[in-house]
Write a protein that binds this ligand. Structure first.
Ligand code: SF4
Length: 555
């Protein structure tokens, strides 16, 4: 890997005439930092911070950390300060960052494609037990997220992770984050193509490359031979598609994203063969680096550039300025009727089986990860994958071992035939650890699942497809609320007694796949956390009672 530099190079192209008002695009000559984040990245390349952590902060402790590193550059190595315990959500927006900072960290381990050997999974469990108070969450980006990490332990944690082929590099920050991939890549009977070689090659060539480590903001990628990675809401996505002449390859999407101003990605109408995916990925991320808007953070995602340019111009710039060749036109991928989550028992193309299991909203523990690794090995498997729906999948299980494995997973709280609610619930980190949060999410999700399983047992068999209920702790969309059947955005609401309490703005009828689109935010449609179960129960009962034959929730 090349050494970080203080700044990334311009493309050397002639600056174009300036637009009405500069948006901070490097390729148009706006090289001076236009906000504190850009200034911080120019002052010192974020990848340089690792040396300071290992050689200074880990020895001198939390109080020695430079604020610019603490709240900025640490992210390039997956580190965020976690929220100080006991600060209620109503105060989130009123406190200074240092008042919210705990001296412990959240640490994200990037697991591209969600792929793990059982040895790696066991190590993740052991690290959690030793350094993270046994915490571990499966995120909807196929990462493992720890809490309660001390800066003093980071050198040892990195050494252990890297010895086992794992990393936290660019797990966060304005960089190419973890690449989502199919949890059943290479073993699914119905995949168009195995994307694993492309994911591995991008990671090998570009993750940690200083040339792509100072982007306008984060860059989220998904590459899958199946439409099982929420490709519609990624900065870039390659989705398996069969070309009538050239065979299996990928359809390219750009400019999707959630949070405020959610947008569905646009197809560029191209077919990309497997071995060209890394080059095309590098072309698109280069456009983002060079033409992306850096002046305002809330406009610094590629979706705004794609919206302004349109798909045709974006493709033209990609072909003419970056690839120096034309791309092949290609077809759209097939669209699944409901998003694929891989929960349950499924036959692989080699005759073995994979078994998908559902923790509630990704909340597990180090001990659970360790136990899953052992259970998988007892069942003859050496591979486990995490999913973009906060679930996990054990691969390569012989038929004779299925019952034993399913029993063991069930005893760990990982059901392989879960109720529609357990299967469809996702939640972000929330107020327990996140400094931006306004409300509790993970524990709320657990309560909701327990309550709904009890209250809706009489109609469970009538709900043949999972009803997705996604909970966010704030207006960001870490749990993809806009694409859920029932999306819940955390905020302070007024209860019947006029009190300010935790609650949610409701978004109804969002979806992916056939129903790709964003849920409707109904004016005044808010619910307190205490009323949440009543509300969801009412909605689901109403849907089951009134739906027409074959109708999906999002229709
Ligand atoms: Fe934190 Fe908000 Fe993201 Fe939840 S949605 S993890 S509260 S930033």
């Amino acid at each position: 890997m090349a050494s970080p530099t203080r700044d990334t190079p311009n493309t050397g192209r002639t600056a174009r005439p300036k637009q009405r008002r500069g948006e901070g695009q490097w390729a148009l000559g706006y090289r001076e930092p236009l906000n504190p984040n850009e200034r911080s990245k120019k002052d010192d390349h974020p990848l340089n911070v690792r040396d300071r952590i290992e050689n200074i902060y880990a020895h001198r402790g939390f109080d020695s950390i430079d604020p610019g590193d603490l709240r900025g550059r640490f992210r390039w190595y997956g580190l965020y300060t976690q929220r100080k315990p006991g600060i209620d959500g109503g105060r989130t927006a009123t406190l200074e960052p240092e008042e919210l900072d705990d001296e412990y960290f959240m640490l994200r381990v990037r697991l591209d494609g969600g792929a793990l050997t059982t040895t790696q999974l066991a190590l993740l469990g052991e690290i959690s037990q030793t350094y993270a108070r046994d915490t571990a969450d499966i995120t909807d980006r196929q990462n493992i997220q720890y809490h309660w990490i001390r800066i003093e332990d980071m050198p040892t944690i990195w050494q252990k992770l890297e010895d086992a082929g794992m990393t936290t590099m660019e797990a966060c920050g304005d960089s190419p984050r973890v690449i989502l991939g199919s949890p059943v890549a290479g073993i699914a009977a119905d995949e168009v193509i195995d994307a694993t070689p492309a994911i591995e090659e991008i990671k090998r060539r570009y993750v940690g490359d200083p040339a792509f480590a100072n982007l306008p903001r984060k860059f989220k990628s998904a590459i899958s031979g199946l439409p099982d990675v929420a490709h519609e809401v990624h900065d870039i996505a390659f989705v398996g598609a069969n070309h009538p002449e050239h065979g299996p390859g990928f359809d390219l999407w750009v400019g999707g994203g959630l949070s405020t101003n959610p947008m569905i990605g646009q197809r560029l109408g191209t077919w990309v063969p497997l071995d060209e995916v890394p080059e095309v990925w590098a072309g698109v991320i280069s456009i983002f680096r060079d033409y992306g808007y850096r002046r305002l953070r809330h406009r610094a995602r590629i979706k705004f550039l794609v919206k302004d340019w349109g798909a045709a111009k974006f493709r033209e710039v990609l072909e003419n300025e970056y690839l120096k060749r034309s791309l092949i036109d290609g077809p759209a991928p097939e669209v699944p009727e409901v998003p694929i989550d891989h929960v349950g028992t499924h036959r692989q193309h080699d005759g073995n089986y994979y078994v998908g299991a559902a923790p509630v909203a990704g909340r597990v523990s180090g001990s659970t990860l360790l136990a899953v690794a052992k259970a998988a090995e007892r069942a003859g498997s050496a591979q486990v994958r995490l999913t973009p729906q906060q679930k996990l999948v054990v691969l390569d299980v012989p038929e004779s071992e299925l019952d034993g494995l399913r029993t063991e997973l069930g005893e760990l709280g990982l059901q392989t035939e879960p109720s529609p609610w357990r299967r469809g619930v996702m939640a972000c980190t929330g107020i327990e650890f996140c400094k931006l949060a306004i409300v509790e999410t993970k524990a709320r999700a657990q309560d909701l699942v327990d309550d709904l399983e009890r209250r809706l047992a009489d109609i469970q068999s009538d709900v043949d497809k999972p009803v997705s209920v996604h909970l966010n702790g704030c207006p960001n969309s870490c749990a993809r609320i806009q694409t859920a059947d029932i999306g819940l955005k955390g905020q302070i609401v007024t209860d019947a007694g006029g009190n300010q309490v935790e609650g949610f703005q409701v978004h109804l009828g969002g979806g992916l796949g056939l129903d790709a689109g964003f849920g409707r935010k109904l004016r005044g449609h808010k619910v307190t956390s205490a009323e949440l179960t009543d509300y969801v129960e009412r909605i689901v009962r109403n849907f089951v009672a009134k739906r027409t034959e074959g109708e999906r929730f999002a229709q």
